[in-house]
Design a protein around this ligand. Structure first.
Ligand code: SAM
Length: 174
């Protein structure tokens, strides 16, 4: 199975904490192995690791990365999600046939530098209207994995048992 990583560009700790946390948690919940964030943010690292500790899996977060270096040295398919890209419906068959062992998905916060568009194997629009990096990532991952990501068993200390009403959570023995 392809190992998927996410690269989050342009994170501004004072403005984007909530959105970047959601980018990370969405990546994890939909089956990515880890996230790289271009700005150092220890609080963000702590809050994502705390979810991993409680809910399981081996999702990893690294902040303060040299993003140009991550992008340049990544040994696999590079997908940049952008409203200007090829529509996801047209791009996905090509992504599938070019699939490698690893995939890096790049999402921005503010304006994304032109070199990202050039370095990407695919520039993909999740539709061609402006919306959100969280929405773009969720839809792309779900379509790519055909819903499989949402069925991952994280084998966490805490497991949520789906129910029609209320909340059912079990604490598993370590
Ligand atoms: N104006 C910015 C730009 O020119 O890159 C976009 C900012 S947008 C709030 C933040 C990120 O959301 C983008 O960098 C992109 O990764 C993602 N995004 C927003 N709309 C998208 C779409 N329709 N398809 C794919 N990604 C999208």
């Amino acid at each position: 199975m392809t190992e998927i990583y996410v690269l989050r560009l342009g994170h501004r700790p004072e403005r984007d904490k909530r959105v970047t946390t959601h980018v990370a948690l969405t990546s994890r919940a939909l089956g990515a192995k880890g996230i790289y964030v271009s700005t150092k943010d220890e609080e963000l690292e702590r809050s994502v690791r705390s979810v991993v500790k409680r809910f399981g899996g081996d999702f990893c977060i690294t902040t303060g990365v040299k993003w140009k270096e991550v992008l340049r040295s990544f040994d696999g398919t590079r997908v940049h999600l952008t409203m200007y890209g090829t529509h996801i419906d047209d791009a996905l068959p090509r992504v599938r046939s070019a699939m490698t062992d690893k995939m890096l998905i790049v999402v921005g916060a503010e304006k994304v530098p032109p070199e990202v568009y050039q370095a990407a194997t695919f520039n993909i629009g999740v539709g061609n209207q402006p919306h959100s990096e969280v929405a773009a990532l969720a839809i792309f991952l779900d379509r790519l994995r055909e819903g499989e990501g949402l069925r991952t068993d994280f084998k966490g200390r805490m497991t949520v048992l789906p129910c029609d009403r209320g909340k059912r959570v079990v604490n598993n023995p370590e």
